[in-house]
Design a protein around this ligand. Structure first.
Ligand code: ADP
Length: 254
């Protein structure tokens, strides 16, 4: 499969280690993005992690939504600075775009954002998008950018959304509860009941779990786009998929 433009979404689990930003994993991701770009694919990055970055300088209780807003506001420039340093190693410029899903409800604002994104990508810049968590608390509570990244994929004309998660695939049942759960390689249909399963956040940083990922996949499949869910702890699976065109692990929704 060849892709002209893709969106890569990285969750806060992947970007966080012991309460701080996982710099090695961030560097691995940036290196992979540079490889993908060399092969002629444009990349938009949707990154969580602002709350964790903020926590490293001001350790407020993250369970409180108001504190999360404060931490996101402090952490967002810190997160971007880390990305800038890492992308600079590969001579790549990155930029920041803060969005709320509601921005993409308006045709006019979507169009303005499209012009900016096209302009950045045509100049070889990697736009880094995050939910504007200070005023849009929905994904802060629920979803961790999963759904925003689906809207970004669709509205900015990408062919594929890659979700890098703490889980290596979508399973026929929750693999943390059932040891006989089987990883699904290809999924073409998402049942309504799977999208309303209980959402149980599994750390104080992340929310949403698998349900928001399935909602994203459902949204994209209806619009003839693809989604690939793979682990962000070690990038071998996503590298084989994007660079070698071979699916070793992960789930492809199409
Ligand atoms: P991230 O923060 O990495 O984006 P989440 O932790 O929010 O991801 O969501 C992934 C989690 O969803 C998995 O670690 C797992 O605990 C849970 N989960 C529940 N059901 C499933 C399933 N059928 N397949 C895969 N993961 C599942």
């Amino acid at each position: 499969m060849r892709f002209n433009r893709i969106v890569i979404k990285v969750g806060s689990h992947v970007l966080t280690e012991d309460g701080a930003v996982a710099k090695d994993r961030m560097l691995d991701l940036v290196e992979l993005i540079s490889e993908v770009m060399k092969r002629g694919t444009e990349v938009i990055l949707v990154s969580s992690g602002a709350v964790s970055a903020g926590y490293t300088v001001l350790p407020l209780d993250r369970k409180d939504i108001g504190n999360k807003q404060i931490l996101a506001s402090i952490g967002q420039p810190l997160l971007l600075k880390m990305y800038q340093e890492k992308f600079a190693k590969y001579n790549i410029i990155c930029s920041q775009i803060l969005l709320s899903s509601a921005d993409l409800d308006s045709k006019k604002r979507t169009h303005l954002a499209q012009i900016a994104i096209d302009g950045l990508l045509s100049r070889g810049v990697v736009p880094i998008i995050n939910e504007n968590d200070v005023i849009a608390t929905e994904e802060l509570v629920f979803g961790d950018n999963d759904q925003l990244s689906a809207y970004v994929t669709y509205n900015f004309s990408a062919d594929l959304l890659v979700i890098l998660s703490d889980i290596d695939a979508y399973y026929d049942k929750n693999p943390r509860e059932y040891s006989d759960a089987k990883a699904l390689q290809i999924v073409t249909d998402i049942k309504d009941e799977d999208m309303c399963a209980d959402v149980t956040p599994n750390s104080e940083f992340a929310t949403g779990g698998i349900v928001t990922k399935l909602k994203s996949a459902h949204f994209l499949l209806k619009r003839d786009k693809k989604m690939f869910l793979a682990t962000g702890f070690g990038l071998d699976d996503i590298r084989s998929f994007l660079i070698d065109g071979v699916q070793k692990g992960g789930t492809l929704f199409l």
